[in-house]
Write a protein of this length. Structure first.
Length: 441
């Protein structure tokens, strides 16, 4: 567990970001949508009604800080787990201790950083203790928990989305670092507001990066008398490695995947390969990229080129089998293929349109003739009555209606003329014409 420290750890000076870690809700910068007076998360904390939850957001926005503040506010024991180093044995040992504490009325908050890195078995080990209330689980993740957290565990956790800090948020934090006794309050640091904003812009919403950059700049500042002068040139030297904007922990994660997706959509293979390389060489998980490319294959290409999905799935399997760096060429093949493929979002539009009707009419009954009459009672009340089996007809078609009466005539899939989708469009028009002629007879 990561909360164990040694004598050597204690002898080392803490980084600025660790020294300035907030201890109360009011000291937290950003996340006003959750923590302003009256907002849901603040009310939960202040009323001591904390239950298991997951914080989802980019790095450096305060996920760990929030968990420690909650533990302090609710007077609970705090256990910090690392998803990288903790196995099932360690999880169960801590859970049993939490069970013991609960018997004496003591609450235990278990914080799991990078919970998406836990496998299914490790996540399952938490489940019985969450269910019976032995622990309050707080997970932190930069990945979409819908995909990375077990459904059973996710259903028992409230998900809070944390946002990247604004430039103004980061400037507030940087000014606090310059005046706080835990920061540089005991020193005289001369740094202009526009230089602070340069650091805030470089940090790209990440408080940890902002404070680390400030610390580096101050340590490399020009000492004249008792004053440390930090100039724009010094900050530019400290931020010269632009790869800091996107490291293995996922910085700039969302911006770069968006750039890749939009380059493929715009049929620009050169830009797509560039953004792919930016992500992979910075340490992005190739499986994450492969999942997004697979989504793109149906969302933006669809039936204009049905092979796109095959290529994307094959690339995902190759990434899973051999990993980086070898799988970079497979992802390149998939990304270039998607860029050059004809584009159609007809499948995406079809589902999104149908979803709206489905959500508005969740109680709309299934027509009796397409229900499955598996018992005599069902058949007696009309289940399956009037059903037409398409394979019994010469054309393999019937004029049977399958939508609810309230939706008759609705069209969701509207094929384009792009690529081979034009064939599906022609086929669909033929089917609709055949059915229309039957209706008019």
């Amino acid at each position: 567990m990561s909360n164990q420290t040694s004598l050597w750890d204690q002898a080392l000076p803490q980084p600025l970001a660790a020294r300035l870690r907030p201890e109360t809700i009011d000291e937290i910068v950003g996340q006003q949508h959750l923590l302003e007076p009256g907002k849901i998360l603040r009310r939960i904390i202040e009323q001591d009604a904390v239950s298991s939850m997951i914080f989802w957001g980019p790095p450096g926005v305060g996920k760990t800080t929030l968990a420690t503040v909650i533990a302090r506010q609710t007077k609970a024991s705090f256990i910090d787990f690392s998803a990288v180093t903790s196995g099932i044995k360690e999880i169960r040992a801590v859970m049993q201790q939490a069970d013991h504490n609960r018997a004496f009325g003591e609450k235990t908050i278990v914080f799991v950083d990078e919970i998406h890195r836990f496998n299914k078995a490790q996540q399952d080990a938490f489940l019985p203790f969450v269910e019976k209330g032995s622990i309050i689980l707080i997970g932190a993740t930069t990945e979409n928990p819908s995909f990375e957290v077990n459904g059973a565990l996710l259903s028992r956790c409230k998900v809070f989305v944390l946002k990247a800090l604004t430039e103004e948020d980061l400037c507030v934090l940087l000014r606090r670092a310059l005046t706080s006794p835990q920061g540089f309050g005991h020193q005289t640091v001369d740094i202009a507001d526009d230089v602070l904003r340069l650091i805030a812009a470089f940090a790209n919403g990440d408080a940890r990066t902002a404070l680390s950059t400030l610390e580096m700049a101050v340590l490399n500042g020009d000492l004249k008398g008792a004053t440390i002068h930090v100039t724009q040139e010094i900050v530019e030297q400290c931020t010269s490695r632009k790869s800091l904007l996107y490291d293995k922990s996922g910085e700039e994660h969302y911006n770069l995947i968006s750039a890749l997706h939009k380059s493929m959509r715009n049929s620009d293979p050169d830009a797509a390969v560039y953004w792919l390389a930016r992500m992979l060489e910075a340490g992005e998980d190739p499986l994450y990229v492969a999942r997004r490319v697979t989504r793109f294959a149906s969302e933006d290409v669809g039936l204009a080129d049905p092979r796109a999905l095959e290529i994307a799935v094959a690339a995902y399997q190759a990434c899973h089998a051999i990993g980086m760096p070898e799988c970079s060429v497979h992802l390149t093949q998939a990304v270039v293929y998607m860029s050059l493929a004809p584009k159609s979002n007809a499948l995406y539009v079809a589902y999104e349109t149908a979803k709206q009707d489905a959500l508005r009419q969740l109680s709309e009954p299934v027509p009796l003739h397409i229900r499955n009459g598996v018992t005599s009672l069902m058949r007696d009340i009309g289940y399956g009555a009037g059903y037409q089996y398409a394979h019994d007809t010469k054309e393999k078609l019937t004029d049977m209606r399958c939508l609810p009466d309230s939706l008759l005539g609705k069209e969701y899939y509207l094929p384009t003329d792009q690529g081979v989708e034009s064939r599906y469009k022609e086929r669909l028009n033929q089917i609709k014409q055949w059915k229309k002629e039957r209706e008019n007879k």
